[in-house]
Write a protein that binds this ligand. Structure first.
Ligand code: ADP
Length: 208
């Protein structure tokens, strides 16, 4: 793709501070005079809604079907004629997504073979590769404390063991994809401002 805008993806366990940092990075990008759009996966589009229903148990489907829905939602996110990200990026808009392909691999590879997920997402990988995947690395115990303070819904069912497993899977993926993807791991145990500064230091060269 002939790229004009940038594409950044935030990854991390739930409660790691993705939304907080996405907003701060967006503000910094916009301060340089570049338009910036914040988005997330699964999306709020029609296929994303089905994915949300499967995740909350309102609709039941086989794990492979759910994985295929995630992949379809991602393609729609990228290629939709009305508001697809590829088109936005070609217009020079920077896009920041809360989760992308590495989330699929980290969360779904428990039930669906990783190789299968990689194949199923090959089109999306080709259509839009992130300039940088930013992984906010937080100690699962700290995440749980933060969530207990600020949240009151499903995430409270998270356990330290599960969060640790997801974090471990992310690190296995970083080893595997180190050659082909630009992955930045930021120490998420710091203050909100210190994390934002580290991230900006890493991506500012795209703008200044
Ligand atoms: P995510 O989007 O990854 O689920 P959030 O950005 O919503 O995470 O952050 C989860 C909670 O932790 C929120 O209440 C947020 O205010 C708080 N938080 C985020 N980053 C930090 C930080 N560096 N230090 C302390 N609290 C934080």
């Amino acid at each position: 793709m002939d790229r004009k805008g940038r594409f950044f993806v935030f990854e991390g366990i739930d409660g790691s501070g993705k939304s907080t940092q996405i907003q701060l990075l967006k503000d910094r990008i916009e301060a340089t005079g570049v338009r910036c759009l914040e988005t997330k996966e699964p999306t709020d589009g029609p296929i994303g809604s089905l994915v949300h229903q499967c995740m909350t148990g309102r609709t039941t489907a086989d794990e492979q079907t759910i994985a295929a829905l995630f992949a379809a939602d991602r393609l729609d996110h990228l290629l939709n004629e009305t508001d697809g990200l590829c088109q936005k990026i070609q217009q020079g808009i920077s896009v920041i997504s809360d989760r992308y392909i590495l989330s699929t691999y980290a969360y779904q590879s428990v039930r669906v073979p990783l190789e299968w997920l990689i194949q199923m997402n090959a089109q999306a990988t080709q259509a839009l590769q992130p300039d940088c995947h930013i992984f906010i690395d937080v100690d699962p115990e700290i995440t749980l404390e933060r969530m207990a303070k600020g949240r009151f819904h499903t995430e409270l069912y998270e356990t330290k063991e599960r969060l640790t497993e997801v974090r471990d899977r992310y690190f296995d993926l970083f080893d595997r994809f180190a050659q082909q993807e630009n992955i930045f791991i930021v120490d998420g145990n710091q203050s909100i401002e210190a994390i934002a500064n580290d991230i900006w230091e890493h991506v500012a060269h795209y703008y200044v």
